[in-house]
Design a protein around this ligand. Structure first.
Ligand code: FAD
Length: 446
């Protein structure tokens, strides 16, 4: 039995394992996935989680439920010594241990890129994981409750001020969804008015959404501004200390919710803790068939795909072009990798990964979206329906598709759920207050 180790059970890792389960003959190889999270996160739904349109659990696809023949280890790979075919795995309740393998597949993705801006580490929330999306949602919902209890003025305005840093896919979708939620909430809060809201999107470059061309990108800016958002282009976040935001265009204001979506950087394990070849960006150098190495120097028994790999883009005419790191590619790379790995085990030829983009589709809030495929651009409700249609079909397994769809169907009749569960972050607060005999039992729900 060959031992295949998959590092990371996200998009590329989950699909690699899923396809391996289908392709491998019984007794041919045993597959193990190591991931600190026992689920694959369907990240394209995270902006909708922040807006309460998709239930948080529904974007988490359980590895154990759907990968029945794969061994799952809830741990983090902290080092790979491919020369000795071992990976060091760290788990919460035991000392680090060495895991031996015959073939390794590294699909550990990327991590959020950060900069040393004063206040960011203390104040900001990323938008890459379920818990972050839930915290963003609950913070905004709780802010509405608290603001409604205040008289009009700067404190109220601060509570309802949101800043999203990063005008890429994640930032723009998150911003559009939060703005949509906030605008809809005003109907339930007659104490509050649209002027109490402050929504700022901050982007370093002179345009947003690099995945679409200039004109549709400019349309998105106009669209968000028409809805009351402030889009600061060619602007840097200078400081966010104690909730006071300072931007490089001279704007300053008090802010309550800071969402950090300024892109990705390489996974530190890939960049610094393996003896496998990486490029200047800290990504694995892979061949077009997803084997680590180059055509001249391929590495035996080592494969990589997804956001942690620099995959040659054979669909592009540009020499040296790399595949765009997104879900569209990670899924397909995972499937191709599994087929190539099995072919390699059986002494057959591998095939290169080639994928022509299906286009770009983004949500900008309930009923609003943008789609581009080459010169075809669709905006508004139709694009949003395409976004929903595409993603409900793309989320893996029918069980997840049905759950997501049923929540949307219920929301079409009853609206989205607007209860904040921020207090789950302090589950013992009430109990402790009761135990201590706290007379007025006021509990901080910051
Ligand atoms: C908010 C948001 C919206 C997006 N929307 C879209 C979209 O609409 N369309 C699109 O195409 N793309 C979208 N993307 C991008 C897409 O989600 C990523 O490109 C895709 O998830 C990459 O897949 P991956 O398998 O490489 O990494 P991931 O899916 O991030 O998986 C990596 C996995 O590795 C695990 N891991 C990390 N380090 C270790 C370690 N040391 N040991 C073990 N396990 C480890 C992680 O826990 C994770 O489970 C979006 C991303 C975000 C954040």
């Amino acid at each position: 039995m060959r031992r295949i180790l998959i590092v990371g059970g996200g998009y590329a890792g989950f699909y690699t394992a899923w396809r391996l389960e289908k392709k491998l003959r019984r007794g041919e190889a045993e597959v193990t996935i190591v991931d600190p999270r026992p689920y694959m996160t369907y990240q394209p739904f995270l902006p909708e989680v922040t807006a309460g349109s998709v239930e948080a659990r529904h974007v988490a696809v359980s590895l154990r439920r759907h990968l029945r023949r794969t061994r799952i280890i809830a741990g983090t790979v902290v080092g790979i010594d491919h020369a000795h075919r071992t990976a060091t795995v760290s788990t919460p309740d035991a000392p680090d241990r060495e895991l031996e393998y015959d073939v390794i597949v590294v699909t550990a993705g990327a991590v959020t890129r950060t900069f040393p801006i004063p206040g960011v580490a203390r104040e900001a929330i990323g938008l890459k994981h379920v818990e972050e999306a839930v915290a963003i949602r609950d913070r905004l919902l709780t802010a509405f409750e608290r603001a409604a209890a205040l008289p009009p003025g700067p404190d109220r305005k601060r509570l309802l001020t949101v800043t999203v840093v990063g005008g890429g896919f994640t930032g723009v979708e998150g911003f559009g969804e939060l703005l949509s939620l906030a605008t809809a909430l005003l109907k339930r809060y007659p104490e509050l008015s649209f002027d109490d809201l402050g929504f700022h999107l901050v982007e370093l470059r002179d345009r947003i959404l690099p995945e679409v061309t200039d004109k549709p990108g400019a349309w998105v800016v106009r669209h968000l501004e028409k809805r009351g958002g402030h889009v600061h282009l060619e602007t840097k976040l200078v400081s966010a200390e104690n909730g006071h935001v300072v931007l490089s265009d001279g704007t300053e204001y008090d802010n309550h919710l800071l969402v950090w979506a300024a892109g990705n950087q390489s996974n530190p394990v890939v960049a610094h803790h393996t003896d496998l070849p990486v490029d200047e960006q800290g990504l694995f150098r892979v061949r077009a068939d997803l084997r680590i190495g180059t055509d001249d120097a391929p590495v035996a028994d080592a494969w990589a795909a997804g956001d942690n790999a620099a995959v040659p883009d054979l669909a592009s005419d540009r020499p040296g072009a790399l595949v765009v790191p997104n879900a569209q590619n990670a899924v397909r790379e995972g499937k191709r990798l599994a087929k190539n790995l099995v072919a390699d085990l059986r002494g057959r030829r591998t095939k290169p990964y080639v994928h022509h983009s299906l286009g770009t589709v983004a949500t900008l809030g309930l009923g609003k979206g943008i789609f581009q495929y080459r010169r075809i651009v669709i905006t508004g409700l139709l694009a949003w329906l395409m976004h929903r249609g595409y993603h409900v079909l793309a989320v893996p397994t029918w069980e997840r598709k049905v759950r997501v769809f049923l929540v949307w169907a219920a929301a079409a009749f009853y609206g989205r759920d607007i209860v904040s569960l921020l207090s789950v972050q302090h589950p013992r607060a009430e109990f402790v207050a009761a135990t201590l005999g706290d007379r007025d039992r006021r509990v901080s729900r910051q």
